[in-house]
Design a protein around this ligand. Structure first.
Ligand code: NAG
Ligand code: NAG
Ligand code: NAG
Length: 842
């Protein structure tokens, strides 16, 4: 009994202040007998202090006080998660201010919450419509977290908490409308952490037009997740149905709903709409005893609803340019605002443009979140081709695309007015076809052959064919296919996109190199060609017959994985294309040999520049800043925007290569996948990483996450600014790392002392200080405190107020101090341009 009481009273522990302690004491005195129930029945009510547990004790229900409040609410929480995490609250807006609350079943079978020892009206009730005779209902908590009221006869569920969500979505919960009952399940944020009352933010599926995910702030759109594309939500590319979650979207006569399951059911995860209007996804890390954030949206400026106004596209990757760009055929409504970087007015069709039966066509804008579909038209039975024809026929049709991304596109989604809230992703996204007039078509066609941006598909309406187009038709006759003229056309500003398109098509038939070709190119893997040796194998320089230079990574035989899996992984990894990632050109698998073929970068790696006085003097602040920004963008792409969520795990200056214009390119990403066996996030027995760059939780406990990469980035950033190595920073005192030193100076307000003297004073103090601060934010001790890479990119590029960093992890000391120092098996080589340091922990 005493033990039981301890267990149960433990739940109301959480007291941090004396007042809280005192209050708890009062509470204990008040209820000197805490009970643990398995069900609530007419004869067995739940009093404040009692706990209702689910069958396997996964979840608990009872009275609780949120945050610093002492008011009492009925809620459900995880029974096995040490930090009390409430995911459902019954009486959100009507709290009880003492511990007299009782949850009981009345004579009509209804579940009621009363307080204050009086028989007055209930504070909260399930209000079931039917009246059930005495003793015929009970309330229980399922192991899914669902609290429900059951009619014992026939086991009929009369009411369930899963129909009345609070701010959290758990596996098995459904967000969306039950068309049979009219029940719309939405998430609404708490008012504050002390008050679970209805807050400002609502997350729901909006059924207008074609269903979409929406986050509303006081009823106005705040962020849009977009429509379901069959694989994912159009606006949430980082969450796919692949690794961690099994997401399902149902849209039929019975319901429109979103739900998810964990692929590994022992992983505890939740999705919360928080009080400041962010949707956060957490995973419970039992080892740390804390919730780790996997992602949060909206996370960058382009995510806020319609920030660039109508008919405009938000592109966060527009380096040094305004993120808003008008869609083809449109121009800023107010050029003055536009030049002041205020895009909210959006764009209008260029004056004089005629898009009605006068030779108009469509321009493809690739890799986007499709426009708001609240007023879009859907027809699942049309193909993309038919969709185009239908759209062309109706002069008010402004754009079209496929509904579902699978099988090369299914169905037709068409817009008939302004296009709202479009954004570009760097890698994954849908293609949107936008109606443009003949003049735009002609202009884009003329530019073909320079370098650029849009891929255009022009369909010429049967009615009017402009003379210009006739001419073009004759000259480009060869490209003509059944009335559709396809050609790659180019704009000026973004050569990058076009490259991406080219490489995409190349990776479709991913080249497999012949072993004899590679052997010849490397002089039979001769010593002279060897660039270096790393944990996964050696790296050689190769020159093909046509003079093309390659870097060849010959994987050691032990890095075991079947040929098929190896090829699959390499093909996946090779699809990751970004200007800040080293390109994988192919692979070679033959006779036991597995090799990866990369582009060769003559400038080799960043560490060779950074830690060499002569070379370092070539790097002025602008260049260093660009390098840091490029690395950050590359990591962001790996973490968030690519099809695969890649955690690099071994980021360091020697894994950043430099091309001939000193653009940084990250190498060795995806090695954990290529070499077999990887988890997307979690714990590994094999620690692949380099001392000094490794986050403490990874180095010590093998816990890796995107935040361990953020840590490594922070170290690289500080190295770039100071021109000093984090490791072996101080010869006299080897346990003092660069990070420690910067932190000490920062606290004294002297952080500019670490700036590399070779830069003279040719830098903006403000900018450098901002970068140091970002660096310190990245190396904070707790992963949870560190920013995500999207936040890092934003903070580096924008002069905004930054949070004050907390104490960094003194990783070096700690690692040295642990039982099994990794240095015993450290092999490193920073001379080669593909180096890899590997530390094997047990
Ligand atoms: C599921 O996750 C648990 C805890 O993280 C882990 O121990 C287990 O190996 C995982 N199972 C599978 C099949 O991945
Ligand atoms: C909401 O989530 C964001 C993103 O993780 C976080 O920065 C913010 O602090 C959260 N707000 C609250 C009140 O917890
Ligand atoms: C064009 O489409 C709109 C929206 O579906 C419709 O209201 C209008 O009648 C159509 N016009 C013609 C000429 O078909």
């Amino acid at each position: 009994m005493a033990r039981n009481m301890l267990d149960c009273c433990d739940k109301i522990r959480d007291a941090t202040t004396l007042i809280r302690l005192f209050y708890t004491l009062l509470l204990l005195l008040h209820r000197s007998h805490c009970k643990t129930l398995k069900s609530i029945s007419p004869s067995l009510p739940l009093h404040d202090g009692d706990v209702l547990l689910s069958e396997n004790e996964v979840f608990a229900l009872g009275f609780f006080s949120p945050g610093n409040s002492t008011r009492r609410f009925i809620g459900t929480w995880y029974n096995k998660v040490s930090e009390q995490t409430v995911f459902w609250v019954a009486n959100r807006d009507r709290s009880i201010n003492d511990t007299s609350g009782v949850l009981s079943i009345n004579s009509h079978g209804d579940l009621l919450l009363h307080c204050c020892n009086n028989g007055s009206s209930a504070i909260w009730a399930t209000n079931i419509s039917t009246t059930i005779s005495d003793n015929a209902t009970i309330a229980q908590l399922q192991d899914t977290g669902n609290f429900f009221l059951l009619q014992k006869l026939g086991n009929r569920v009369l009411w369930q908490s899963f129909d009345h969500l609070t701010d959290t979505l758990l596996p098995f919960m459904k967000l969306g409308l039950d068309r049979r009952t009219g029940m719309d399940r939405v998430l609404t944020s708490w008012r504050s952490k002390d008050d679970p009352g209805l807050g400002n933010f609502t997350f729901r599926i909006d059924l207008m037009g074609y269903p979409q995910l929406f986050l509303y702030k006081n009823g106005a759109p705040h962020w849009r997740g977009g429509p379901w594309t069959g694989l994912r939500w159009s606006g949430v590319p980082m969450v796919t149905n692949k690794y961690i979650f099994n997401i399902s979207f149902v849209n039929d006569q019975e319901e429109v709903s979103l739900s998810y399951r964990m692929r590994n059911t022992s992983i505890i995860s939740r999705l919360v709409t928080n009080t400041s209007g962010m949707i956060q996804r957490f995973i419970w890390h039992a080892g740390d005893g804390r919730w780790n954030e996997l992602y949060a949206v909206p996370s960058e400026e382009c995510e806020y609803y319609n920030g660039c106004g109508p008919n405009s596209n938000c592109n966060p990757y527009n380096m040094n340019q305004f993120r808003c760009t008008c869609l083809p055929g449109f121009e800023p409504r107010s050029p003055a605002d536009w030049s002041l970087r205020d895009g909210s007015g959006g764009c209008i069709r260029s004056p004089g443009a005629s898009t009605c039966r006068s030779g108009e066509g469509f321009v493809k804008v690739a890799l986007v979140k499709v426009p708001d579909t609240s007023r879009a038209y859907v027809n699942m039975s049309l193909s993309l081709k038919k969709c185009e024809q239908e759209c062309l026929k109706n002069c008010s049709c402004t754009a079209y695309t496929s509904v579902d991304e699978r099988n090369g596109g299914i169905g037709c989604l068409a817009w008939y007015d302004d296009l709202l809230d479009i954004r570009t992703f760097s890698d994954i996204g849908q293609d949107l076809y936008i109606r443009v007039d003949a003049a735009v078509v002609a202009r884009l066609m003329k530019k073909k052959g320079s370098s650029g941006k849009w891929l255009i598909v022009v369909t010429v309406s049967a009615g009017v064919i402009l003379v210009l187009l006739i001419v073009l038709f004759i000259t480009k006759k060869r490209r003509r296919r059944r009335g559709t003229l396809s050609a790659a056309l180019f704009g000026d500003d973004e050569s990058q996109n076009m490259q991406d398109l080219e490489y995409d098509s190349r990776t479709l038939d991913f080249p497999s190199f012949d072993l004899s070709t590679i052997a010849t190119a490397t002089n039979n893997f001769s010593f002279i060609n060897k660039l270096g040796q790393g944990g996964f194998g050696s790296v050689y320089k190769g020159v093909l017959d046509n003079g093309r230079e390659l870097a060849i990574k010959r994987l050691s035989r032990s890095s075991g994985q079947g040929i098929k899996e190896f090829k699959n992984e390499v093909t996946l990894i090779a699809k990751l294309q970004h200007r800040n990632l080293v390109k994988i050109l192919g692979c070679c698998v033959q006779e036991d040999e597995k090799m990866l073929i990369y582009e060769y970068l003559p400038n080799k790696s960043l560490d060779l520049f950074l830690f060499d006085e002569e070379k370092r003097s070539l790097l002025d602040w602008r260049k260093r800043f660009e390098i840091a920004m490029g690395i950050a963008r590359g990591i962001l792409y790996l973490h968030q925007d690519s099809r695969l969520r890649i955690i690099h795990r071994d980021l360091k200056a020697s894994n950043v290569l430099l091309d001939s214009s000193m653009n940084p390119k990250i190498s060795d990403f995806g090695m954990a996948r290529i070499c077999g066996g990887d988890q997307i996030q979690g714990k590994t027995r094999r620690v692949v990483g380099t001392y000094g760059y490794m986050a403490p939780e990874y180095a010590m406990r093998g816990l890796f996450s995107i935040k361990s990469d953020v840590y490594s980035f922070g170290v690289i950033l500080l190295e770039i600014i100071s021109g000093k190595r984090n490791n072996g920073f101080s010869q006299e005192n080897p346990s003092c790392s660069l990070v420690d030193y910067v932190w000490e100076l920062w606290k004294e307000g002297l952080c500019l002392d670490i700036v590399d003297l070779l830069m003279g004073d040719m830098y903006s103090k403000r900018e450098v200080m901002r970068c140091i601060q970002v660096g310190l934010l990245c190396v904070q001790e707790f992963a949870m405190d560190r920013p995500t890479m999207s936040a890092v990119v934003f903070m580096l590029g924008n002069d905004t107020r930054l949070p004050y960093p907390k104490q960094p992890a003194f990783a070096f000391n700690r690692i040295k101090g642990r039982a099994n120092p990794p240095s015993s098996d450290e092999r490193t080589n920073s001379v080669n341009n593909m180096s890899l340091t590997i530390v094997e922990a047990r």
